[in-house]
Design a protein around this ligand. Structure first.
Ligand code: BGC
Length: 561
């Protein structure tokens, strides 16, 4: 029998067996049927340090993450030395995407794999150039478009040592780091831009700024929580603008691609109506910090400037901890995004905490807010990741209104599981997450007219989850990190995602949508114990789904594959 027919037959049987026809009572969480626009981009993402391994092959220089991991600072002393070994196994990764019907892939280039010291004048690692050419060619040969991130946190260690990395002279016009990032970007456009049409300058500068240079638990481990994050962010914004203009001036006409930045933001929902301003402040300090200068007017959001000015007074400082852009800088920053890259995972409940004196500034104190989570929000394996699907629709609507209706590319969204034995292959909570979140994205697109052009699943593979090492798994594919060959195995979610891509959403009347309708009830009825209280056992939701849905899906998958 033709595999697709067989699959749909199995879904039919599954539906007949499924005991509850899911009517969910909350209007907000109802399933929207329909499809995404025809040219909608479905993609999956990874990042160099998280998957490549080969940390010191040929002339690759160390990155700040190599340093941190080698100091034993990651959970279980894990490192990215081998990771998923994608440096050697990239053809397998591409085959997995092909199998899922994906036509786009977001990955990052490791700066120190191209320039070992971060500076072109010190030498180029030709083997690194060869590797990315080979990966890009493999993608194109399989009809998969590359979307390339230039900086996903793995700064060359030498640049940190020589110049302080993104702390380098942040208030002058002669900052070395901008030029060095510009040189690196130019080199990538020159060498790969004939085939790469989507460039993302920075991934989540909020993380690099706050965790890398403010709190310092992430690389490069600079602890200066009053000011480090603001200095680093200032430099990152200027470096982004530099890379954008280099593309615009030197490459756009010939290559015809697009350049943007990927910003992360948790949606902030007010705990009570009285917290509405605080919730807005939360989003402005988080997303607006970068989005306002780049997508609006070259400068930080007003509420950030006034709040930080008041704090300077309270703290007895003569200048604000938030630096200022010069008029020329503002002009060069404003409008430097051809698309708006968004990474979103979760939502927080915000309360107003104005204006308590700040002794130890942190993300919340600077915003004058408190944050928490509603008791009925299920949690993923990651301590920060609560599942609140409607948050993404609110955030997309906010971006549309606030930044002049840009084209938005969701460049990451996904959910973690624990690393456990037996492995979670029937990853039903991840299926639920993708189902509910993509449906909310479709509501934003089709009901709210937000120009969402892309949805990217994080991640194609289980990988090195930063400080959590290999203890949290985000992949559509399972990777056995104890197996020297790093074999990849499809999880149930990859089958689901493949169907989602094939259907381009939730078309009325399709077998897939019927299947989703039946799952909808379960997906919205996970209890906290099931998802939060990880005990190593299968949750109720998983066992029900395994019985009625996942096993037939997996059988179908193996037959198709
Ligand atoms: C990052 C990824 C990370 C994911 C899950 C994002 O912040 O871009 O590198 O693995 O979230 O934590």
């Amino acid at each position: 029998m033709e595999p697709r027919k067989f699959f749909s037959l199995l879904l039919g049987v599954t539906l007949a067996l499924t005991p509850i026809n899911g009517a969910y009572d909350k209007e907000r969480d109802a399933l929207l049927k329909g499809t995404f626009p025809q040219d909608f981009i479905w993609s999956s993402a990874t990042a160099a340090y998280q998957i490549e391994g080969a940390w010191n092959v040929s002339d690759k220089g160390p990155s700040v993450w190599d340093t941190l991991a080698h100091q034993g600072r990651v959970y279980n002393q894990d490192t990215g030395d081998v990771a998923c070994d994608s440096y050697h196994k990239y053809p397998e990764d591409v085959a997995l995407m092909k199998q899922m019907g994906l036509k786009y892939y977001r990955f990052s280039i490791s700066w120190p794999r191209i320039f070992p010291t971060g500076e072109q004048q010190d030498g180029v690692n030709q083997d690194g150039v060869r590797y990315y050419n080979a990966l890009i060619n493999e993608l194109i040969a399989n009809d998969i478009q590359p979307m390339v991130t230039l900086f996903h946190w793995d700064l060359p260690q030498v640049l940190q040592d020589r110049y302080g990395g993104f702390l380098n002279n942040h208030t002058t016009n002669t900052t070395v780091i901008h030029d060095l990032f510009g040189d690196y970007a130019r080199f990538c456009y020159q060498n790969f831009g004939d085939r790469v049409k989507y460039w993302i300058t920075f991934n989540e500068p909020w993380i690099t700024s706050w965790l890398g240079y403010g709190v310092g638990n992430f690389a490069p481990q600079h602890n200066e929580p009053a000011e480090g994050q603001y200095k680093a962010a200032h430099n990152i914004i200027l470096s982004h603008a530099k890379a954008y203009h280099i593309y615009d001036d030197e490459f756009r006409a010939a290559q015809g691609g697009q350049v943007g930045i990927t910003l992360n933001c948790d949606w902030g929902t007010p705990k009570t109506p009285a917290d509405a301003d605080a919730a807005l402040r939360y989003v402005q300090f988080f997303l607006g910090w970068f989005a306002h200068p780049i997508y609006k007017n070259g400068d930080y959001p007003e509420v950030m400037k006034t709040t930080m000015a008041r704090k300077a007074q309270e703290e007895g400082r003569t200048t604000s901890r938030l630096p200022e852009f010069t008029p020329e800088q503002k002009l060069s920053i404003s409008g430097t995004g051809d698309f708006f890259g968004l990474n979103h995972y979760t939502t927080v409940e915000v309360t107003d905490a104005c204006c308590t004196p700040i002794e130890n500034p942190n993300y919340d104190t600077d915003k004058d807010v408190g944050t928490g989570h509603a008791p009925d929000w299920p949690r993923a394996a990651s301590s920060w990741l609560y599942v609140v699907p409607w948050g993404i629709r609110n955030l997309l609507g906010f971006i549309k209104e606030e930044y002049g209706d840009p084209e938005i590319y969701v460049t990451e969204n996904g959910r973690s599981d624990h690393d456990q034995d037996p492995a979670i292959m029937m990853d039903m909570e991840r299926i639920c997450y993708y189902m509910m979140y993509t449906n909310e994205v479709m509501k934003a697109s089709n009901m709210d007219n937000v120009k969402v052009k892309a949805y990217t699943a994080w991640s194609l593979l289980d990988n090195f989850e930063w400080l959590s090492g290999y203890s949290e798994r985000f992949g559509l594919h399972y990777v056995d990190f104890n197996d020297p060959t790093r074999t990849r195995y499809p999880k149930a979610s990859s089958v689901f995602f493949k169907q989602l891509v094939r259907n381009n959403g939730y078309p009325e009347g399709s077998e897939f949508t019927k299947y989703v309708e039946n799952m909808w009830y379960f997906c919205h009825n996970t209890t906290e114990a099931e998802v939060n209280g990880y005990t190593g056992g299968a949750s109720q939701i998983s066992s029900l789904f395994s019985l009625f849905l996942a096993i037939p899906m997996m059988i179908a998958y193996s037959l198709i594959a």
